[in-house]
Design a protein around this ligand. Structure first.
Ligand code: FMN
Length: 184
């Protein structure tokens, strides 16, 4: 049975490089991983006042979808040397109600993506901070900072070179081993 992995993309932009990288990873992932793209763009900003018997439908949808998965792959751009607000909001939505976090114990991996040279290092490492608190064992190695991403994808959002494809494939292989080692 393949392991179902939530694929969460930090960008809401149509044509996002990070989404393209995530979808390419879904296509080349180790056969033991089944990556499921879970959308975060429609989630209302987290507000505890909305945490009633009838919370916003997108929160319910999101929580249910992540609940069906056993691990999470985050592919994110960097906004102002941190993670995009939409991604932080998704983490917050999933973390509540208190005691019912959908993230609890799920192994995670992070791929950061940027057209710049630094490969969104700041976002990659800022994301690690809430994941510690959310008790998600995050894969340490290999790290993935995908810089100069505009040069790596063609107009259809497909990887241009075997080098990048091989690296991302090896990353998913390592993640499959990490999930096997750390899953609850
Ligand atoms: C609000 C904002 C802040 C940004 N800050 C950074 C940054 O700190 N580092 C960086 O490498 N790129 C930054 N960028 C540029 C993004 O890397 C670029 O827009 C990229 O295409 C976004 O990823 P996406 O294609 O997956 O949407 C920023 C873009 C926006 C809109």
């Amino acid at each position: 049975m393949p392991v179902r992995v939530a694929l969460i993309v930090g960008s809401l932009r149509e044509g996002a490089y990070s989404r393209a990288i995530g979808l390419e990873m879904r296509a080349i992932a180790a056969p033991e991983l089944e990556l499921e793209l879970i959308e975060i763009g429609d989630l209302p900003l987290y507000n505890p006042d909305l945490e009633t018997d009838a919370p916003p439908a997108p929160w319910v949808r999101f929580r249910e979808e992540v609940e069906t998965t056993q691990a999470v792959l985050f592919v994110t751009p960097e906004y102002n040397r941190s993670i995009p607000g939409a991604l932080k909001n998704a983490l917050d939505v999933g973390s509540r109600p208190y005691g019912h976090s959908i993230w609890q114990g799920k192994p995670a991996a992070i791929v950061s993506v940027s057209p710049g040279a630094i490969g969104a290092f700041g976002a990659n490492h800022h994301l690690r901070q809430p994941l510690v608190f959310l008790n998600m064992p995050v894969m340490q190695q290999p790290e993935a900072y995908i810089g100069n991403v505009a040069d790596l994808l063609d107009d259809d959002g497909k990887l241009k070179t075997d080098g990048t494809r091989d690296f991302l494939k090896s990353f998913t292989d390592a993640f499959a081993a990490w999930i096997d080692k750390t899953k609850a």
